[in-house]
Ligand binder design. Structure first.
Ligand code: AMP
Length: 250
């Protein structure tokens, strides 16, 4: 197997995130050496053409990853729930989360956090029982990295879901698949912070990746990701898996 690389990008306006810059865009990939240049170019393009604003800080980090530590996972199966309004979408999301034993308190806390977050760079980790936020750095959250599609698996996936093929969905499925297999993980809830994109999802190993066609109003900058975890979570080992374990999808 060719040498593998992790590529990470983060972009902000008004300086770097840690100096108060406004989050514009982020992206991560795990690729073989032959795709490295193209991937770096695509991530740079994503940072430069984003509807959240004009980045003046862009960081691109490339790191070698040892292939022996690679975990291989099949992508989560995808389904789509067509809804007619944001309210209906959020009710559907809540009922999926309830079916995954997420408490009503935790569902409300997750929805309120996503509604009010306009500058969250990673995911917020919430107790599935109490809804309490558990990750330490509130505006950063935990950023999942080191996941990517193997080319053959990706081509098969495109043939299976031709109407869904887009870089945005491919990236989100790689992320949701890695997250769904994390230790202590009960469910994920996401809607994008991109004002143009209103479809979101609930995902887990049990439900698969359930797209919900409206989870926020067009034009809104709010959004992010919530990772609901079980009460006996060991946060350092969850974080180590999400940030460090390389996952190869497909
Ligand atoms: P996007 O799916 O790129 O529109 O991102 C929407 C939101 O999801 C971001 O504002 C972050 O809060 C969160 N997010 C995006 N990428 C990641 C990631 N790799 N790990 C954790 N959270 C992420």
């Amino acid at each position: 197997m060719e040498q593998m690389y992790s590529v990470r990008m983060r972009a902000a306006e008004g300086g770097p995130h840690e100096k108060g810059g406004f989050h514009i865009s982020g992206g991560e990939a795990l690729v073989q050496k032959g795709s490295l240049e193209e991937t770096a170019k695509l991530l740079l393009k994503k940072a430069l053409a984003h509807s959240r604003g004009e980045a003046d800080f862009i960081q691109l980090v490339v790191e070698k990853v040892e292939a022996e530590s690679l975990v291989r996972l099949d992508p989560l199966p995808v389904s789509t729930d067509e809804v007619q309004s944001v309210e209906e979408g959020r009710q559907r999301a809540a009922s999926f989360l309830r079916s995954l034993s997420i408490s009503d308190r935790a569902i409300t806390a997750g929805m309120e956090l996503l509604k009010s977050s306009t500058n969250l760079r990673g995911a917020a980790v919430l107790s599935a029982l109490t809804g309490q936020r558990l990750d330490p750095v509130k505006d950063r959250g935990i950023r999942v990295t080191r996941m990517g599609w193997n080319e053959e698996g990706f081509n098969q996936w495109c043939a299976q879901y031709p109407r869904l093929v887009s870089p945005r969905i491919a990236e989100a499925i790689a992320l949701a698949t890695k997250v769904a297999h994390a230790p202590f993980l009960a469910a994920e809830l996401c809607w994008s912070d991109d004002p143009e994109y209103v479809t979101g999802y609930v995902s887990s190993r049990k439900t698969g990746y359930v797209r919900i066609t409206q989870l926020k109003e067009k034009g809104s900058l709010s959004g992010g990701r919530i990772f609901y975890v079980m009460d006996h979570v060991d946060l350092p080992s969850l974080q180590a898996y999400l940030e460090e374990t390389p996952v190869w999808i497909g």
